[in-house]
Write a protein that binds this ligand. Structure first.
Ligand code: NAD
Length: 735
C-alpha cells in the first residue's frame, strides 16, 4: 500500500519504519488526509503478520508542528454550517469531529503491536500527543528538539489525549505546569518528567527505537494494565490535597481567569484522573468541544496563528515586484536602536555596515552585538562559531562611502528633523540609484521626512520596537509618495529577519504608539481621579495586559511623554494635550526628576537588584485618594481595554490601518494587548460592535468624551457589521 504523506519500510527483524514526510509542506502537520492515512497504516501493520512493531519518525528536520490549525479553524465553519442546518445536533457534530484524533490515537495504542515514536526534531501539540500514545518514545539530543503541548497559547488545549496521558506519566504538578503554560521541553527535561524513555545521539535515534521493540516492548500502555495508579497515587492522596486546592488559585494568579482553555486543562486532569482512561478521554473531548465554541479560541486562533502566518508570508506585499536579495544593509546611527537593528540583521546572515559620527561611536554600536553574542554563547543558545560569524558580518565605520552598494539603508539617528535631513542628504550622495532608504523614526511623519529625499517613492518607515531582538513586530510606514518597490523591499527585509510586519499609513504615532498613548493617558485620568496607583496597575493585569500602564510609561520614559506633549502643543496647538496630563507629567519630570526606569525613578522606584520595583509612595500625595473599596475594578478594566480598542477603531476609520488582521496582530505583538481577545478589533468584534458602542457610551458619560463611539462604529452597530466583515481583505479586493 502506498501513502502520500508516509513511507513504510519493514526490516529483516519485522520492524516497520514509518516515515512521515508531507510532500508539499516544510513541516509535517496533522490534516484530515494524514489522519486517514495513519488510520490505514495502523490497519495495515496489524493485518501484516510479518510486522512485529512500528517505529514512527519524520523525514524532515522537525518531527511535526502538530495539528494544522487551519483544520481547527475549519471546525468553526463546521459549527456554523451545522447550526444553520440543525441547531439541535450542531454541537454533537462538533463533538464527533473533535474526537477524530483522540480515538485514532487510542486505536494506535490498543492495536496490539508496539509502536515507538522516534522524535528527531521539534515535536509539538498533536504530534506529541500521538507520540504519547506510542508505547515507547525516544528523542534525539539535538539542540533543535523541542517538545511541547503549546495549544493553550492559541486559546485551546491538548485535546487529543494530552490532558489524560501526561498526568498518567508525569506528576500532576509538572503536567499542569507544562500544559497551562505551553512551554517547551528539551529531550532531557521530557525524560526527567517521564514523558520520553530515552534520549540519544541523533544518529542513534532509529536504532535505539528499534531496539526497544527488539527488547520486547509491551504493546500495552501503563494505564491499560490492571491496578494502574497515576504517579503520586492520583487525586485522593495527601500530596494531591496539597496541590489541588492551590492549583486554581495559581492559575488565576497567572491568567486572571481570562483563558478558558487553561482552566479546561485543570478540569480535564482533575476529573480525568478519577475515572478510567477512556472515560477521561471522553471528558477531555467534551471540554474541547466546549472550548472550541468560545470567542477566545476563535479570536486567538485567527489572530495568533492564521493572521500572523499570513502577514509573515507577505499578505500585504505588492505583487509583481521581484523578491529582494540583501547583499548588504546599512544602518546609520549606532545608538540604542541602530546597534540592535544591526544585530538582528546580522543574525539573519545579512552583512551590515553600522555607521555613526565617528569610529568610536560606531564601535560602541557593534559592542552591543558582542555583548548579546557573549551572553547567548554563555547560555548555550549559540555556538562560538555562529557567534563569530554573526559578528564578522557587522562592519562599524564612520565612512558613508561604505554604504554605496547597500540594498537598503535604515536611518536610526537622533529624533531630530535637522539631523535626519543632514543624514538623509549624506546617505543619498553615495547611495545606489535603486536602493531603498528607510527611517526608524518613532514620531516624525514619514511624508515629512521624505521631503528631504531626492526619491521619495524609495523612502519608507521601518519602525522597530525595543528591545529589537525580542520584539517580533515591525511597523512599515507608507509616506504619501512611497512606492511599491520600497514597500516590497521593506517587507522582504522584515521577513528575512523573521519578524512580523504590519503596513500602516502615515500619521503621528503610527498605529502602535497611538494605542499605547491612549493606554497611558487613561491611567493618567485614573490617577487624577484619585484611583490608587496599585489598583490601576493590577486592573490592567487582570484585564490581560502584560505590563501596567504606569510601568510601561516608565519603560518608554516619562520624559519622552513630556517631550511628545511639548511637540504636540508646538505642532498642533495647546488643545491637543489635556492640561491635567501635562501638569502630571511636568510634576514628575521637572518637579521630581522622575524620568522613568532609566533614571531609577518614575511612577515606580527602582532599588538596586535583587529588590523589586515599587510604586512611588509620593503618587498618593499628588491627588486626593478614593478609598479602594469605592473603586470598581471591572470598570477600570473596561476603560483600559476600551480606550485602546477605540483608538484602533479610529485608525481604521482614518485609513491608517486598512486590514483588521494588522490591527489585531500589531496590538498583540506590539504591546501585548490582552491576547485572549485576539487583539484590539477582535475585542470589539468578539463582544459585538453594538455592545461595544453601548459600553463606550456608558463610559463617555462618566469618564469623558474620548470614549464617544465614532461614526464608523455607530454605522457598523446599526448595520450589524464586524470589522472582519466590513474590512475583510476579500471584500476590499472585490471592491
Ligand atoms: P540614540 O540617541 O541612542 O542613538 C542615535 C545615534 O545616532 C547615536 O549613536 C548618535 O551618535 C547617532 N548620530 C547622531 N547624528 C548622527 C549623524 N549625523 N551621523 C551618524 N550618526 C549620528 O537614539 P535611539 O533611541 O537609538 O533612537 C534612534 C531613532 O530610533 C530615533 O529616530 C527614534 O525615534 C527611533 N526609535 C527609538 C525607539 C526607542 O525605544 N528608543 C524605538 C523606536 C524608534
Amino acid at each position: 500500500m502506498s501513502y502520500k504523506n508516509f513511507s513504510i519500510e519493514t526490516d529483516a527483524d519485522g520492524i516497520a519504519l514509518v516515515t512521515w514526510d508531507m510532500p508539499d509542506k516544510s513541516m509535517n502537520v496533522f490534516t484530515v488526509e494524514v489522519m486517514d492515512e495513519l488510520d490505514r497504516i495502523i490497519d495495515q501493520v496489524v493485518a501484516d503478520s510479518a510486522v512485529k512493531g512500528v517505529v514512527i519518525t519524520s523525514g524532515k528536520s522537525s518531527f511535526s508542528g502538530g495539528a494544522d490549525l487551519s483544520m481547527i479553524k475549519g471546525s468553526f465553519d463546521l459549527l456554523k454550517e451545522a447550526e444553520a442546518a440543525d441547531p439541535a445536533t450542531a454541537v454533537h457534530k462538533l463533538f464527533d469531529a473533535t474526537g477524530r484524533m483522540t480515538w485514532l490515537f487510542r486505536k494506535l495504542e490498543t492495536c496490539g503491536k508496539p509502536w515507538v515514536s522516534a522524535i528527531n526534531g521539534t515535536c509539538m501539540g498533536g504530534a506529541f500527543e500521538m507520540s504519547l500514545a506510542c508505547h515507547g518514545r525516544v528523542a534525539s539530543n539535538a539542540k533543535s528538539v523541542k517538545i511541547a503541548l503549546p495549544e493553550v497559547k492559541v486559546g485551546i488545549f491538548p485535546g487529543a489525549g494530552g490532558t489524560q496521558r501526561v498526568p498518567r506519566l508525569a506528576n500532576a504538578q509538572d503536567a499542569l505546569q507544562m500544559m497551562t503554560t505551553g512551554s517547551s521541553l528539551t529531550g532531557a527535561r521530557a525524560k526527567a518528567m517521564n514523558l520520553v524513555h530515552q534520549v540519544v545521539e541523533p544518529d542513534q535515534l532509529i536504532p535505539a527505537a528499534k531496539q526497544m521493540i527488539k527488547d520486547g516492548l509491551k504493546p500495552v500502555q501503563p494505564w491499560d494494565e490492571k491496578g494502574f495508579k497515576a504517579p503520586g497515587g492520583g487525586i485522593w492522596t495527601p500530596a494531591s490535597a496539597q496541590l489541588w486546592p492551590a492549583a486554581p488559585a495559581i492559575l488565576r494568579r497567572e491568567t486572571a481567569g481570562n483563558y478558558p482553555g487553561a482552566l479546561a486543562i485543570l478540569k480535564c486532569v482533575y476529573e480525568g484522573l478519577q475515572v478510567p482512561f477512556e472515560t477521561g478521554l471522553r471528558i477531555e473531548q467534551r471540554y474541547f468541544t466546549h472550548i472550541l465554541q468560545t470567542t477566545e479560541a476563535f479570536s486567538m486562533i485567527r489572530s495568533l496563528f492564521i493572521s500572523m502566518q499570513e502577514l509573515g508570508k507577505g499578505a500585504r506585499r505588492p505583487a509583481g515586484v521581484p523578491k529582494s536579495e540583501f547583499k548588504k544593509v546599512a544602518v546609520v546611527g549606532a545608538g540604542f536602536m541602530g546597534a540592535s537593528i544591526a544585530y538582528v540583521t546580522a543574525a539573519a546572515g545579512i552583512p551590515v555596515v553600522l555607521i555613526d559620527r565617528d569610529q568610536e561611536a560606531a564601535d560602541k554600536g557593534k559592542a552591543h552585538s558582542e555583548g548579546l553574542v557573549t551572553g547567548a554563547i554563555g547560555k548555550g543558545r549559540m555556538s562560538k562559531e555562529d557567534g563569530e560569524t554573526l559578528l564578522s558580518l557587522i562592519t562599524p565605520t564612520p565612512d558613508y562611502a561604505s554604504l554605496a552598494d547597500a540594498d537598503l539603508v535604515i536611518e536610526a539617528v537622533f529624533e531630530d528633523r535637522t539631523v535626519k535631513k543632514e543624514v538623509t542628504e549624506k546617505i543619498e550622495a553615495v547611495l545606489r540609484e535603486d536602493a531603498i532608504l528607510a527611517s526608524n523614526t518613532s514620531t516624525l511623519p514619514i511624508t515629512g521626512l521624505a521631503k528631504n529625499s531626492k526619491r521619495p517613492n524609495q523612502f519608507i518607515g521601518i519602525h522597530f520596537f525595543s528591545p529589537v531582538d525580542k520584539m517580533m513586530l515591525v511597523e512599515v510606514i507608507l509616506g504619501k509618495e512611497t512606492g511599491d518597490k520600497a514597500l516590497a523591499t521593506a517587507l522582504d527585509y522584515v521577513a528575512a529577519i523573521k519578524k512580523t510586519p504590519i503596513v500602516v499609513n502615515d500619521t503621528r504615532g503610527f498605529y502602535v504608539n497611538r494605542c499605547v498613548f491612549r493606554y497611558m493617558a487613561e491611567a493618567y485620568d485614573m490617577l487624577i481621579e484619585g484611583v490608587p496607583a496599585a489598583m490601576i496597575e493590577n486592573a490592567a493585569k487582570m484585564a490581560g495586559m502584560p505590563v501596567g500602564p504606569l510601568a510601561l510609561n516608565d519603560e518608554v520614559a516619562v520624559d519622552l511623554s513630556y517631550k511628545i506633549f511639548k511637540a504636540s502643543i508646538a505642532d498642533l496647538g495647546p488643545q491637543s494635550v489635556d492640561p491635567r496630563h501635562m501638569e502630571l507629567v511636568t510634576k514628575l519630570v521637572e518637579g521630581e526628576g522622575r524620568l522613568g526606569r532609566k533614571a531609577g525613578k518614575g511612577f515606580y522606584d527602582y532599588p538596586p537588584k535583587p529588590a523589586r520595583k515599587k510604586l512611588w509612595p509620593g503618587l498618593k500625595d499628588l491627588y486626593p485618594q478614593i478609598k479602594p473599596e469605592d473603586v470598581d475594578v471591572k470598570v477600570l478594566k473596561e476603560r483600559l481595554l476600551a480606550t485602546i480598542a477605540l483608538e484602533a477603531a479610529r485608525t481604521m476609520e482614518e485609513g491608517i490601518v486598512t486590514d483588521p488582521r494588522e490591527a489585531d496582530v500589531g496590538s498583540i505583538l506590539g504591546f501585548g494587548f490582552a491576547p485572549y481577545t485576539g487583539g484590539t478589533l477582535s475585542y470589539i468584534d468578539g463582544m459585538g460592535v453594538k455592545t461595544f458602542v453601548a459600553l463606550c457610551e456608558k463610559l463617555a458619560t462618566k469618564y469623558g468624551d474620548h470614549f464617544q463611539p465614532t461614526p464608523l462604529l455607530k454605522d457598523m452597530a446599526a448595520k450589524g457589521e464586524t470589522f472582519y466583515t466590513r474590512f475583510a481583505p476579500e471584500t476590499k479586493k472585490a471592491a
